[in-house]
Design a protein around this ligand. Structure first.
Ligand code: ADP
Ligand code: MG
Length: 371
């Protein structure tokens, strides 16, 4: 078992939670640093909420343990833990004022009225709604109500805030605005945030580090750019952003580059310093659409160069997605063209011949899918 380092503020070790035959959380371990914005990202049903509820103390683990600031949480009831949780369906009391809603978070602390008012106003300033105390909660917009729910959690000054899809009920524009506000707030108050979302863009925008979960397991943990640029598994490569995948077999290795034979693209060359890559092993080649350059002029023959035809073009305004058929129709590649000076509408509009090329560093080698 790994020893806890002084940077590990929250330490989750071999945590499991079974509901009968369902392994909602399946042997998960990770460490969260003090002041970190840490996200649990994964599809619906992968165990995110269950994991949060165990950290908060609302649910007992089947096995494993959670430590916060070095202290084992096993026998500590929720209200005695240095954490507070904000839920997706934030329960604002509509018939109470904003002040009363936020003060509700302090009801157990029996503070003098003046101190209570001061703490509430301080929380209102954090969420940028100073002076809103006397207003009725049901007069607020959805975004403002969600901020009140946050203030109610912040007013207790927890060391850790657990947020379970807190922005899920908001529409897209407001959600994006709240993402940035929440991130700023977290940095300015310095509380450790554990944030749950199924939205990969949301996790990437906000987090210092992300744990990507699937079927109860934490598959990979890293910074957004590490996970996006160097995923180590098919699931993570697929879940973050868009990715092209091609099954292949390594037919040669030269100077750290792997020569991979694929049915769909023919032979491709991939720079790979990854250990354990062996000749004749089956692999999956992964290439991000934005790493493939698209030209309407013939490009010089070479490795990772293909002639193709645009099958479908989806114009998205700032960019287009082009589905290009290559290798005499054996392969199909998704590419992305930025709409610089009308480039994307020009290439997508003509539905003709194009040349694709990509750098030897652009491809990622993943283990072959085990079924
Ligand atoms: N109280 C429960 N009883 C039985 N199964 C549960 C219970 N809570 C969650 N589950 C199951 O555990 C799995 C993980 O659920 P959950 O943690 O809510 O996932 P997420 O929050 O990622 O959507 C799901 O299959 C869910 O149906
Ligand atoms: Mg959930």
């Amino acid at each position: 078992m790994k020893a806890m380092s002084e940077h590990d503020f929250i330490s989750v070790r071999n945590l499991s939670k079974h509901f009968g035959p369902i392994k909602a959380v399946d042997d998960v371990s990770f460490d969260i640093r003090r002041g970190e914005f840490f996200s649990l990202l994964g599809p619906s049903g992968c165990g995110k909420t269950t994991l949060m509820r165990i950290i908060a103390g609302f649910q007992e683990a089947t096995a494993g343990d959670v430590r916060i600031d070095g202290q084992p949480m096993g026998n500590i009831p929720p209200h005695a833990r240095p954490v507070n949780m904000v839920f997706q369906n934030y329960a604002i009391f509509p018939h109470l004022t904003v002040q009363q809603n936020i003060a509700f978070g302090l009801r157990k602390e029996r503070l003098p009225k003046q101190e209570m008012n001061r703490r509430v106003e301080e929380a209102l300033e954090m969420i940028k709604l100073p002076g809103y105390g006397p207003r009725s909660a049901n007069q607020l917009s959805g975004g403002q109500q969600q901020r009140i729910a946050l203030a109610r959690a912040l007013v207790k000054r927890p060391k850790v805030l657990l947020l379970d899809e807190p922005l899920g009920a908001l529409d897209k524009k407001l959600r994006e605005q709240m993402q940035l506000e929440l991130r700023d707030l977290q940095k300015s108050v310095g509380i450790t945030f554990v944030f749950v979302t199924h939205d990969q863009e949301e996790a990437m925008t906000m987090s210092d580090r992300i744990a990507v979960m699937n079927e109860g397991r934490a598959l990979e943990i890293g910074t957004p750019s590490q996970l996006y640029e160097r995923p180590g598994s098919h699931f993570v490569a697929d879940f973050l952003g868009s990715m092209n995948f091609f099954d292949g077999r390594i037919v040669g290795i030269e100077n750290g580059a792997a020569l991979v034979e694929t049915k769909e693209l023919g032979r491709v060359v991939i720079n790979s310093s990854a250990a354990g890559i062996e000749r004749d092993s089956n692999v999956v080649v992964a290439i991000r659409p934005e790493n493939i350059s698209v030209s309407t002029e013939p490009v010089k023959e070479g490795s990772n160069t293909l002639r193709g035809y645009v099958d479908t073009a989806a114009f998205l305004g700032d960019r287009s997605h082009l589905y290009v058929s290559v290798n005499d129709g054996h392969g199909k590649i998704l590419t992305l063209v930025q709409n610089l000076g009308g480039e994307a509408s020009r290439i997508g509009g003509q539905s003709g011949e194009v040349w694709l090329s990509w750098n030897e560093d652009a491809g990622i080698l993943l283990p072959a899918k085990t079924r």
